[in-house]
Design a protein around this ligand. Structure first.
Ligand code: SF4
Length: 253
């Protein structure tokens, strides 16, 4: 029998890292944010470059943007995390980005943390792979912005479109934008299935095409191909942008 995932058995999520940096992807690219990366994920994407495994210690930035860290023993309490966030607010910050892994695995923690840090005037941005729609419904009032991915079959090895459709249905009425990571192996057919899924919910949802940063043998996509995909998407959805992972260009976290 497969052994249980240790992250899923703990009441308080293990944290990988907490730091202040620029948002490198999506609609709010370039904005100053505080990031909390939670452990564990329910997917295994071909291009994943994030170490989201549980660890005994997490990394906490010592001063906003310093890129120097101290280690703290996991799991942290909500109060400890809120205090760390407060200290990183020495730099005016647009939002608290809760990321992973897949943060919605820890939806109870998201609710409690949101309550604790909203009093600092921070918006809560949820960065999610867009599959755990039931969990999303439990935190909907605790988040302000939803950045969701649509994962293509060529990336995850299975068709997740129905989960993504339900997730977008639950997101109705919230600020939501969609990212699709495309690679050299992305087919027009799967890409258009994703675009039409978004259009079927709301043609006004912003769609970000994110060219993969090649890793683990995943092939890059050509600029010509990217422009072709954008052109096709613009026939279905009004606002389609091509944005690569910008933080990696400048060596930011
Ligand atoms: S959903 Fe994100 S964290 Fe999870 S495997 Fe895919 S890229 Fe990695």
């Amino acid at each position: 029998m497969k052994s249980p995932n240790p992250c899923s058995l703990i009441p308080v999520p293990y944290i990988i890292e907490i730091f202040s940096s620029i948002q490198g992807e999506g609609k709010y690219v370039g904005c100053r944010q505080i990031f909390i990366r939670l452990a564990d994920c329910n997917l295994n994407c071909a291009y994943c470059d994030t170490d989201y495994r549980c660890a005994d210690y997490c990394k906490v930035e010592t001063a906003a943007g310093s890129m120097t860290f101290r280690k703290m023993k996991n799991p942290l309490t909500v109060e400890q995390v809120a205090e760390i966030v407060y200290n990183l607010l020495e730099v005016p910050t647009q939002a608290l980005s809760i990321t992973g892994g897949e943060p919605l695995i820890h939806w109870q923690f998201i609710r409690e943390l949101s309550e604790a840090v909203r009093r600092f005037g921070l918006k809560i941005l949820l960065e999610t792979n867009g599959t755990l729609y039931d969990e999303l419904s439990k935190v909907l009032d605790a988040v302000d912005i939803i950045s969701m991915d649509i994962k293509l079959p060529s990336v995850v090895g299975k068709d997740l479109f129905e989960l993504h459709r339900r997730f977008l249905e639950v997101s109705r009425g919230k600020e939501v934008y969609v990212k699709i990571v495309v690679t050299g192996d992305t087919t027009l057919e799967e890409f258009l299935s994703a675009v039409r899924l978004v259009a079927s919910i709301d043609r006004g949802i912003m769609l970000i095409i994110q060219p993969v940063t090649p890793c683990r043998g995943v092939k890059a996509i050509s600029t010509e191909r990217l422009l072709k995909l954008q052109g096709e998407a613009l026939r279905e959805v009004r606002d389609v942008r091509v944005i690569p992972q910008t933080h990696k260009l400048i060596g930011a976290l």
